[in-house]
Design a protein around this ligand. Structure first.
Ligand SMILES: [Cu+2]
Length: 454
């Protein structure tokens, strides 16, 4: 009796939860009403069956409850019952699957008048590319990715020259214009999903996948990476702004072509040198670093890495932890660089300095360190030369005491914890593969023994 009542209450609670709860789809902002319809049909089919079966169960539990004077009867076959159960189940399953097939047919049929936009995923951000005037995207290869060519475009492919590059996580789309988003990953699996557009698709390294939709409402929508495999995909956010014609044209006009990005180096090394004057007291005239001032070597570091660290210091992303004494010092110094242009200039100047090899240390076992370093080489490169595509800086040539301090800072979460620190979290995880201080010393000795090639 009690169980029958519990089952009935469960059915009532489930229905109430479904109809009263505020959690439902975000308002639709694309042409994909069909996806909502399919989900609704599935819910109705499954919901009806759930209610019917549960109530039947409650009825049976009640009707055939224990009674001293009754005995259970065993009936192995009932072809009549099985017959109509099969028919009803078949209709139910078909009702759930058939609409899905129809929608899938639409899903893979891209309208002829679609515009193409490429969406590039990478741990952990998005960038985009439009085909330019010729309407064709140029060829790309992961192997061609470099600091100057982050999309890995083939310079010999004529279709690539006028491609428009969006080096930001915000993509603009024109309202009521169907788009075919071709999806490419630079590293691991990712997933392109805008809840308001309903459609989503995986990005698979080595393949180009696609998804199409027509945005139907002006606004700014969050682009999520809904990939589960791997780490921290939830931090990978972008935005899609659906524009009116004039806003969209303004945005298009602001985009550089691939050729322009290759030619464009606006850094002013002379200005950078002047900015660097205030850094000399700690980092040294040649950017060689100074252990008495706890200041690392800067010469030899790439521009993109210098740029990112200086921006992090300035935006209070690095050097804010109370235990980060040295980072705090540097964060204060970053105020000497008034704006992004100054950061760009000083980074270019520092990068032009000749890297002088720092003193080797012998505190650890470089041979053991070499085996620890295997994990690190995946990102930092076999010769610790750094790798732009992995966002990993050069380590070779850096002072051992500084490397140790950074590894420890990551291990203790003093560096890399800030939510806006895109790459610090990886290093926190990686630094924990070194289980004790001995291992840290060993790997640093190994890095320290490597020649510092520029
Ligand atoms: Cu992702």
């Amino acid at each position: 009796m009690t169980i029958a009542i519990v089952i009935i209450l469960l059915v009532i609670a489930t229905l109430l939860f479904h109809f009263i709860s505020p959690w439902w789809f975000t308002p639709l902002a694309s042409n994909w009403q069909a996806i909502d319809d399919t989900i609704n049909i599935s819910l109705w089919v499954v919901g009806t069956v759930f209610v019917a079966v549960s109530l039947f169960l409650a009825f049976v539990v009640f009707k055939y409850r224990h009674n001293k004077d009754r005995r259970a009867d065993y009936q192995p076959e009932n072809s009549k019952l099985e017959g109509w159960l099969t028919v009803v189940t078949t209709i139910g399953v078909a009702a759930m699957l058939a609409p899905g097939l129809v929608v899938w047919g639409e899903f893979i049929t891209v309208p002829k008048n679609s515009e193409i936009v490429e969406v590039v995923g990478q741990q952990w951000h998005w960038s985009y590319r439009l085909p330019g005037k010729d309407g064709k995207l140029g060829k790309t290869s992961i192997k061609l990715i470099s600091e100057d060519n982050p999309f890995g475009l083939d310079v010999n492919d004529i279709y690539g020259a006028d491609d428009l590059l969006v080096n930001s996580n915000v993509l603009h789309l024109l309202i009521d214009q169907p788009v075919k988003a071709v999806l490419r990953s630079k590293d691991v699996l990712h997933n392109f999903a805008v809840p308001q557009f309903r459609v989503k698709m995986d990005l698979v390294p080595g393949a180009v996948t696609f998804v199409w939709f027509t945005p139907t409402k002006l606004g700014r929508y969050e682009l999520l990476c809904e990939e589960l495999c791997g780490i921290a995909h939830f931090t990978m956010r972008g935005y899609i702004k659906v524009d009116s014609v004039s806003d969209y044209q303004t945005w298009l006009a602001s985009l550089p072509t691939f050729t322009q990005t290759l030619a464009r180096d606006t850094a002013n090394i002379e200005q950078g040198k002047q900015h660097y004057a205030s850094c000399v007291s700690c980092h040294g005239i040649d950017g060689q670093g100074n252990d008495a001032m706890n200041a690392p070597k800067l010469a030899g570091l790439s521009r993109w890495y210098l740029h990112r660290q200086l921006s992090y210091f300035k935006q209070k992303i690095r050097g804010q932890n109370n235990a980060d004494l040295y980072g705090q010092q540097m964060a204060a110094m970053s105020a000497l660089l008034p704006d992004d242009k100054a950061i760009e200039d000083v980074s270019a100047y520092i990068n032009s300095l000749q890297s002088i090899k720092s003193k080797p240390v012998t505190t650890g076992d470089a041979i053991k360190g070499k085996s620890f370093y295997k994990n690190c080489a995946y990102c930092h490169g076999e010769h610790a030369q750094g790798n732009f595509a992995m966002n990993a800086p050069k380590l070779a040539g850096q002072h051992a005491w500084y490397l140790k301090r950074q590894i420890n800072a990551y291990q203790q979460g003093i560096r890399g914890k800030h939510p806006a620190d895109l790459y610090g979290k990886q290093m926190i995880l990686m630094s924990k593969s070194l289980h004790d201080q001995r291992a840290v010393n060993d790997v640093v000795s190994y890095i320290n023994s490597l020649p510092s090639v520029k």
